[in-house]
Design a protein around this ligand. Structure first.
Ligand SMILES: Nc1ncnc2c1ncn2[C@@H]1O[C@H](COP(=O)(O)OP(=O)(O)OP(=O)(O)O)[C@@H](O)[C@H]1O
Ligand SMILES: [Mg+2]
Length: 247
């Protein structure tokens, strides 16, 4: 995997919130199709890192490289244009909206001209194409609440695909979920990975995400203190590192 160019790489990333030094020289890279988990104690800096990459917060110093090119990420819109999608829990699928409305939620396509008329035909056609590509058995005008759990995850994957996400970021997606909900998130991640999309997942409950993770980075007080590939570690090992802060 390391002979490829990282999709995303940070170099000596620092973030200060006033007097709080939340990130202290973070170097993290993610490769295409890789699932990277960021784990660590409360306040370790995981969400701060994710917010900087998704354009919600600005870095104080350091460099961000996207596909090998140094890039400033100044807004959520810019992150999305690069191909960085962040799935926040509160932004998961809207059950009362249709498959089509969910896919284009927050960024519908409009017809050319000043009136911003929705281009429903074009959206439906594009949505149909990705849905068929994924082999999903859903109608674009079907309300999402009538889709099965697996189909709903499929719709979320379709959205990432349609907007050509290279990287999907999930911050604590399993926090409030039942066992079935967690399984759905894991299926969602597997779906992204199969499409060559990279995933950064932040989670406290790493035994849950262990089955889909390729690599773990352990943060403590704003620094990466350890890095482990899934095949060279275990949930017990990771728990010990997080608690004892030694490798
Ligand atoms: N908007 C903010 N203003 C001031 N301080 C902040 C802000 N956001 C985060 N911090 C501080 O930065 C540090 C890192 O916080 P962050 O939210 O990144 O941690 P985390 O690893 O995501 O923790 P958790 O596991 O609890 O979600 C903490 O000390 C936190 O209090
Ligand atoms: Mg957090």
């Amino acid at each position: 995997m390391n002979d490829k160019m990282p999709l995303l790489r940070t170099e000596n990333l620092h973030k200060w919130y006033g007097k709080i030094h939340a990130l202290r020289g973070v170097n993290i890279e993610v490769y295409p199709g890789e699932v990277l988990a960021l784990i660590g104690d409360n306040g370790a800096g995981k969400s701060t890192f994710v917010k900087i990459i998704s354009g919600v917060e600005r870095k104080t110093s350091g460099k961000i490289f996207w596909k090998g090119k140094e890039t400033e990420i100044l807004s959520i819109e810019q992150a999305r244009n690069l191909g960085i999608e962040t799935v926040y829990q509160e932004q998961a699928l809207a059950p009362q909206l249709t498959v089509l409305q969910n896919i284009f939620l927050g960024r519908p396509w409009t017809k050319f001209g000043p009136l911003k008329v929705l281009d429903n035909k074009k959206m439906a056609k594009a949505a149909r194409r990705v849905i068929d590509e994924l082999g999903l058995n859903v109608q674009v005008d079907q309300e999402v609440r009538f889709c099965s759990g697996g189909e709903q995850q499929g719709v979320a994957v379709a959205r990432a695909l349609l907007f050509k996400a290279g990287l999907v970021i999930l911050d604590e997606p399993t926090r409030a979920l039942s066992a079935t909900g967690v399984e759905r998130i894991l299926e969602f991640i597997r779906g992204l990975k199969k499409q060559g999309i990279a995933v950064i997942i932040v989670s406290h409950v790493f035994p849950q995400i262990f089955p889909v993770t390729d690599r773990f980075m352990i943060l403590s007080r704003g620094e990466v203190i350890a890095e482990k590939r899934a095949e060279e570690t275990s949930s017990e090992d990771l728990t010990r590192i997080v608690i004892e802060k030694t490798v």
